[in-house]
Write a protein that binds this ligand. Structure first.
Ligand code: S3P
Length: 168
């Protein structure tokens, strides 16, 4: 079984790259946020609202772990917080291959503009409900993402090269 996990900050481009990678490898692509939404039957912002973040993180870790029980190959784009709770970075490293999509902060910030309604963590940061600023959270989480098996910065974010690397 080939399990490939993509981690990185909100707006780093995990899903865009993940789809291309899965297509190139001829295997399934999943977006963890979408899987969570379809299993729960409500959106991520509603889950944060109704359950609170602690319960959301438990559910997210549970859905993540359910993937390897199904014996098939996949590329999974995680949510920005997925590896940062319930030891999920270690878990992914132990159960497949991890890539960190290492997009510079300025580019990430630009892409996140106007997406607060779909991103409760970003919305809380913007409203000053969190102790961290967006940049502080980016720096903190980057330490965790850096534990991935492979780091793909803007210059190495090339689907064909990554496929070559995985197949060699
Ligand atoms: C989150 C990122 C989101 C989503 C949820 C929490 C986070 O995914 O899982 O809103 O804590 O960074 P994206 O990285 O796809 O925005």
């Amino acid at each position: 079984m080939r399990a490939i996990y993509l981690v990185g900050f909100m707006g780093s481009g995990k899903s865009t790259f993940g789809k291309k990678l899965a297509d190139g490898l001829g295997i399934a692509f999943y977006d963890l946020d979408q899987v969570i939404e379809s299993k729960a039957g409500i959106t991520i912002p509603q889950l944060f609202q109704e359950w609170g973040e602690i319960r959301f993180r438990e559910y997210e870790a549970e859905v993540l772990r359910s993937f390897v029980k199904e014996d098939k190959d996949f590329v999974l784009a995680c949510g920005g917080g997925t590896p940062c709770f319930h030891d999920s970075m270690d878990w992914m490293n132990a159960h497949g291959y991890t890539f960190f999509i290492d997009t510079p902060f300025a580019e990430t910030e630009e892409r996140l503009k106007g997406t607060e309604a779909n991103r409760p963590v970003l919305k809380a940061l913007r409203q000053g409900k969190n102790d961290d600023s967006l940049h502080q959270l980016y720096i903190k989480r980057r330490e965790i993402y850096l534990q991935a098996a492979s780091i793909l910065g803007p210059e190495s974010l090339n689907v064909n090269e990554v496929i070559h690397m995985l197949n060699s």
